[in-house]
Each structure stands twice: as C-alpha cells, then as structure tokens.
Ligand binder design. Structure first.
Ligand SMILES: [Fe+2]
Ligand SMILES: [Fe+2]
Length: 566
C-alpha cells in the first residue's frame, strides 16, 4: 500500500505543523504550498489523494480555488478550514460539491485528529498502537496496592548497590566525552588505552568476525578510524557495563548466562533493525538492547523472594513478567532499569529505551527526540530474540497481536534474512566474549518440525502471529481463511498439523471439537484460547493459552513430531 499523499495549502506554518503532528507515525506524505500558484504546480506534478486548504488565502478564496481544481481533479478529496463565523458558506460549498469536507479552524487538536484520520485514512508506520499492547490493559484492583514495593525504597537500594558498581571509571569518562562537543577520536582512544585490559578486549572484538573487517586492526586509534567514533564508544560502553554486571559470578550459572544471551540477542537485533530502517547510529540501539532488561537483575538480586513470587505467578497466570510485576510489585523492571540508568547517568536514549521497551507508544514522553522512532525497534528486537529462542529473558510471551504493519514494513520475506543476520551476529559476538553456547533449540528437532506441513486457520486480520512464529524459523505453512467448510476439508484430508487461532473461544466448544471427535483419524490440532481449556491428547487436540508463549508452542511441536516418529 502506498503512502497517503496530501497537499496542505496555507500561508500559516502553525496549521501545517498541526497537521503534520496529527499524522505523525502514519504513512502520510505531506506537501506544503504557501499560495494557490504553488499549489497548482504541485497538483499538476503529483497524484495527491487530498488537499487541505484555508478559506482565506492570499489573492483567492479557498472555495473559489477548490471550484477550479475540482473541475480537473474530480477524485481529489478537498477539506476546507474555515472560521467559525463563516461556517454557512462552507456548508453551501459542500452542497455545491466544490469541497468535500469543512472543519472550523482554530480547532481542538483531539477533534482535528479524529476528523482528519476519518477523512484521510492512513496506514500506521512502525510505531505500535497503544490499544494493542496487552500489558497496558492491566487495571489495578483496589487491594492490589497494599503489598506493593515502595518505589523510594527501591531507589535507595539502587543507590546503595555496590556490586552493581556506580559504573566503571572508563565508562564515566566516555559519557562525559559524549557531552563534550569538541571531543574527538583522539580523546576516546586515549581513555581506552589508559586501561590495558579494555584495550585488548576492544581490539579482540574489533578483529573478530563480528565486524568482518578485511584488515588486521592493531591500535585503538585505528579501530576508531575504521569503525567510527560512535561504534567504538558504544562497544566500550556495552562491553564495560556488561562485563561489570555479569562479572565473574554469572558465567557458571546457566540461568544467568541465558539471561544475558537474551539481552545480547536483543541488542544485536535492535542494531540490525536500526540499520535496516536506515538509522544513522544503529550502535546506540545495541547498548539499549544489551541493557533493556537490567531491572530484572535488581529484582532478582535484591528482592529475591518477592521476585520468586512474580516468576511463579507469571507461570500460573500465564502472563508476562512485566504484567505480573505491575500487579504484584507495583513497579516493573522497566521502571527499575530506568532508575538504574539514571543513577549511572546514561544518555537519554538509553534511559528511555529501557524505560519504555514494553510500552513503546509512551516513548513520545522521552527527552530524546529519537526515542519515539527507536524505542519500538527495541520492543520488536525483544520479541525477535524470543521468537528466535536465543537465551531466556525470564518469560517467552509475545503480544497477542504482533504488529502486522511492522512486519509488512520490513517486508515479510526480508524477515528470515534478518533472522539469519541476527543469529550469526549473536554467535560472533558471544564467541568474542567467550560465552557462546549452541542453540538450546537442537537443529534436528527443528528439521524434523520442518518436514511437516502446517495449516494455520486464523480469523485475525493481517499477518497472523502464528505465521511470524513459524515463518521466522523457516517452517513451511499455509494460512487458510476461517470457515466451517475449510475446517471440514482440513479434517478430511491428510493434514499434517492444524494450528487454530480464533478470536472466539466458543467456536472450539461449539462444533470444532465435535467434528474432530467424529473423525476417526484426525490430524493433530493445536488451538489457542483466551481461557484455560483442558487438552485431550488422546484425541490429539492441544489447547494453549494466549498470550502466545513461544517456548510452549515449540515444546508442543517437538512433542507432536517426536511421538509420531517414535
Ligand atoms: Fe523486558
Ligand atoms: Fe527482554
């Protein structure tokens, strides 16, 4: 679908700015003409869907101008902005079909927003919509708050945390350098070389195949020249913070290691997405991804018992940790991570990337003007790392509604390419840190699953989350529309595996189960439901609860394919 193209004809920049604001985050191209002469030449050149113009223009009335234009461009939707006292003229213009819509200006922004979106429907860009974030829907119950952690106490704990050091010296120096506009590559190299172990590490990572350089880099200043100031800066920040936190203690502990692998995967994926989207400093996203879940470390290490409850409840209630933290603690790892980042004086984008990584639509509150565009990439990178099953961030839930627009924006076909990049870069980065582990997902399991044919019946619009989950790992599937006939047809055929995701749970009970039970040799069926429902493995129907849990689904697929080959 192409972008909606609009022409705004007004000499007033404020009007233009307001219209731009209304369509921020939507696939809309807005051109501006200051007067009708400019407008005519633009209209002759480009195919606009709509024109928004003021009634009072220099040298001509808006209605008069529309009348002329409409003769030639009948399909152009014309919206006239008119002063309250002239509204009658506007209505007459509508009746004589010179204009299609009239709005009183000055307007109230909310009113303008709903009116403009109604008149000129546009596709949302990458930015996820607030109403589709399931975690945002949680409403506090009255007695929920009694047991919550006191935010002030948590903040004091953060200040007092000693084994999460106030940040290594070198990091603080580098951050100061970032604020200093006059600082350059030489200053950065000087700071790094003052620490021999860090120097060695940076050179090792620079020369690792992570960057795929053709030449051997032997000095830090050379590394800065080749990789760029920002890349080296973020590499050092990421590495120093990472190695300080994981320290020596986490390395033997599989759980801790899996946790950091999740963060690395998120960082690598965020960086890859940033590059794909043409962002200038994708390496900043790497740091955000690396630290996005750092708040969980504080919970786990300093509020251990309470966090055990959260983990257990998340499993029992089948809700994400973020959701359960909010319910049981009144604070989330995103809040705590943000406080920690603030305590460490990390740059605004990093702080807010951590703060809003589960609620990217709120990133517009950020002090960093890049945040509204970049935080969604971290949100998706987090989902990506869960979908790819690299490491373990504590839960494997992904939102009910994967933002179809996002996957369409990247191009669904490009996703598998992107996944390959992410998987191989994670491997290289982990190898350079000496923590690489073979994927928990054994290749033979995956290739066994890939031998099956999957039929997805999903009544959601756009791309189904199931398509993404299966598609991202290269599992072949066919998606069918939902209808009784299609379903019957599937059951009568030698269908390999049938995966159902229907909005209405009642369908399963009403007739699907009956039809399935009447069939002597039904195919294995996996059905996603809102409410918990008992599986009947004898009859080969498994119910999994929403939100989608990637691990659960793969576990089920593994079981189906292994029991049948056995
Ligand atoms: Fe998180
Ligand atoms: Fe995460």
């Amino acid at each position: 679908m192409e972008a909606t193209k609009l022409l705004v004809l007004t000499p007033r920049v404020t009007i233009l700015e307001e219209i731009r604001k209304v369509f921020l985050g939507y696939d809309v191209v807005i051109d501006h003409a200051e007067d009708h002469i400019q407008a005519v030449s633009l209209l002759a050149k480009y195919p606009y869907q709509g024109m928004i113009l003021e009634e009072s223009l220099p040298g001509v009335s808006g209605i008069e101008f529309s009348k002329r234009i409409k003769k030639k461009l009948k399909n152009l939707i014309v919206l006239l902005l008119i002063a309250e006292k002239e509204i009658r003229r506007g209505k007459q213009a509508i009746q004589s079909l010179f204009v299609d819509h009239v709005i009183v200006y000055p307007w109230r922004m909310e009113k303008a927003r709903s009116a403009l979106h109604g008149i000129f429907p546009a596709r949302p860009l990458v930015m996820p919509k607030e109403e589709t974030e399931p975690d945002e829907r949680y409403v506090l119950q009255e007695d929920d708050t009694e047991d919550h952690l006191d935010p002030d106490v948590v903040k004091v704990v953060i200040k007092g945390i000693e084994d999460l050091p106030p940040l290594p010296d070198v990091v603080r120096k580098i951050l100061r350098l970032v604020d200093d506009a006059g600082a350059g590559a030489k200053d950065l190299a000087k700071i790094i070389t003052s620490e021999p172990s860090l120097t060695a590490k940076v050179l090792k990572i620079t020369n690792s195949s992570f960057y795929g350089l053709k030449q051997q880099v032997t000095t830090i200043s050379h590394a800065v020249v080749i990789l760029g100031f920002n890349e080296v800066k973020n590499l050092v920040l990421g590495y120093s913070i990472f190695s300080n936190i994981i320290g020596g203690k986490g390395r033997e502990n599989q759980e801790e290691l899996d946790f950091w692998r999740h963060n690395i995967a998120c960082g690598v994926a965020a960086r890859a997405l940033g590059m794909r989207m043409g962002y200038q400093n994708p390496e900043e996203l790497f740091v955000v991804g690396l630290l996005h879940d750092i708040g969980k470390t504080v919970f786990r290490n300093y509020f251990t018992e309470r966090y055990q409850e959260v983990l257990a409840e998340s499993g029992r209630e089948h809700h994400s940790l973020f959701h359960e933290e909010r319910k049981l603690l009144g604070l989330t790892h995103a809040d705590v991570g943000y406080w920690l980042a603030r305590h460490w004086n990390l740059p605004p984008l990093v702080r807010d990337g951590i703060r809003f990584h589960h609620t990217p639509a709120l990133a517009k509150k950020s002090a960093s003007s890049f945040a509204p565009k970049l935080v969604p990439l971290v949100f998706y990178a987090d989902i990506f790392s869960k979908l790819l099953g690299i490491g373990n961030g504590g839960d494997a839930f992904i939102p009910d509604v994967i933002q179809a627009e996002f996957f369409e924006a990247i191009g669904f076909r490009n996703i598998s390419e992107l996944c390959e990049t992410v998987v191989s870069q994670v491997k290289l980065f982990e190898q350079s840190l000496g923590i690489f582990h073979e994927d928990r997902w054994k290749q033979d399991t995956l290739s066994r699953i890939k031998q099956r044919r999957f039929f997805i019946i999903d009544d959601c619009e756009g791309i189904s989350p199931l398509e993404v989950i299966l598609g991202i790992r290269g599992v072949p599937y066919k998606r069918l529309p939902f209808s009784k006939d299609v379903f019957l047809d599937m059951l009568s055929r030698d269908t390999d595996v049938l995966v159902l995701n229907l909005k209405d749970d009642a369908f399963y009970g009403k007739f699907i189960e009956r039809l399935l039970f009447e069939n002597p040799t039904p195919p294995p069926v996996i059905a996603f439901t809102q409410a918990p429902k008992l599986s009947d493995r004898g009859r080969r129907i498994t119910y999994l609860r929403k939100p989608f849990n990637v691990e659960e689904l793969w576990g089920e697929l593994e079981q189906i394919t292994s029991s049948e080959t056995a």
